[in-house]
Ligand binder design. Structure first.
Ligand SMILES: [Zn+2]
Length: 362
């Protein structure tokens, strides 16, 4: 059976990205599986046992837990009360679809909207099984999960996908507490590539302390534009957002709580930073201050900043403190380089203005 997966809610999308990494271990070529419109087409040849082994191996390295050989005792696991058998059943249903039941009822999937004929005892419902950590707080944060309630039915096509969502999330550290993020977009191709790049950016030493997730999202788009040999399809950049699942310390209750925040960059800014010349200049300059001016659409500030630096570079007695406080990267503020940095910032402003003017004419 061929499975066609379309972009949906972020939780499901993270599941699809996770699923692709499971199937990649079994030989799937991810690039062949995603079409130009951002949908995933899967012809699955691996057996449920092979898929389970890949899933379990990846789960072990992501969460440090394994369901292999487990027939109980998993109440506290990420996916509560699951066993090797129950997960293999989900995989089997994903590959083959539901078998006919004697007296079936029609259930509508709360995720994809598909109607499936099955019985109540066989049906899967959205509950803690899908993530102990997130859904445990249903009482305190009813909307933590986008309004799906634990009574919602999940069809055989979506069930195993949701069981892969933890493999789509990228682990990060935030003030010593664990957090995870996912870049959500309207195309799986865009999501696959952006999340891959974000993972690399987070993993690199020099980016360890990016606290602002919006900056990380912008840097990922810039990296994409600079490195991937095709431009982001415009429609697929319209709703790029970063989903940040973080833990916060509740002082009053003295407990750690889960929180989910959504951060995005306005579409007109995404268009700017996915312009090849602008992206390459932004990453060449590499200063967060400059990136923030662009993200906040404070373009005239770029001219002020550029001219101020230019003046200092030409002065006989440059104001070292001002230069030091406004630039962070060593090569940018090194003696003799400040003028060059100023030039790049002014050039960046020029490119942005040119692009904005062109858009106005269209
Ligand atoms: Zn479904």
């Amino acid at each position: 059976m061929k499975n066609v997966l379309l972009p949906n809610h972020w939780f499901y999308n993270a599941g699809v990205i996770g699923l692709l990494s499971v199937l990649e271990k079994g030989g799937l070529n991810i690039y062949d599986a995603i079409d130009d419109y951002g949908a995933v087409h899967l012809d699955i040849f691996s057996s449920k046992d092979e898929i389970f082994d890949s899933w379990d191996e990846l789960t072990k390295s992501a969460l440090n837990i394994s369901y292999k050989g487990k027939s109980g005792g998993t109440q506290k696991y990420y996916y509560s009360n699951q066993t090797e058998k129950s997960i293999k059943e989900k995989i089997q249903l994903f590959i083959k679809g539901v078998t006919k039941s004697r007296k079936p009822s029609a259930f509508t999937c709360g995720i994809c909207g598909r109607v499936e004929l099955t019985t109540k005892s066989k049906a899967a419902f959205f509950n803690q099984a899908y993530s102990n950590i997130l859904l445990a707080s249903e009482q305190t944060f009813p909307n933590l999960y986008w309004g799906l309630s634990s009574n919602d039915f999940v069809c055989s096509n979506c069930d195993f996908v949701l069981f892969c969502h933890h493999l789509g999330l990228i682990p990060t550290q935030q003030g010593g507490l664990r957090s995870q993020l996912f870049i959500n977009a309207p195309s799986f191709k865009t999501m696959f590539l952006l999340n891959k790049l974000a993972k690399e950016l987070i993993g690199s030493e020099k980016n360890q302390d990016i606290k602002d997730k919006r900056q990380l999202l912008a840097m990922t788009v810039i990296e994409y534009t600079n490195r991937i040999n095709s431009t982001l399809a415009l429609w697929s950049t319209m709703n790029i957002e970063i989903v940040n699942k973080l833990q916060i310390w509740n002082k009053e209750k003295r407990t750690v709580e889960d929180k989910i925040e959504f951060l995005s960059i306005p579409f007109d800014v995404v268009k700017l930073i996915s312009d090849r010349k602008i992206a390459s200049l932004l990453s060449d300059i590499g200063e967060f201050r400059v990136l923030n001016m662009v993200l906040n659409r404070e373009y005239p500030k770029l001219i002020d900043f550029g001219y101020r630096l230019m003046r200092e570079s030409l002065s006989e007695k440059p104001n070292e403190k001002l230069i030091n406080d406004s630039l962070f990267i060593w090569k940018n503020k090194q003696y003799g380089n400040v003028g060059n940095t100023a030039n790049k910032i002014l050039k960046l402003y020029g490119l942005i203005e040119e692009k904005l003017n062109k858009e106005k004419l269209l």
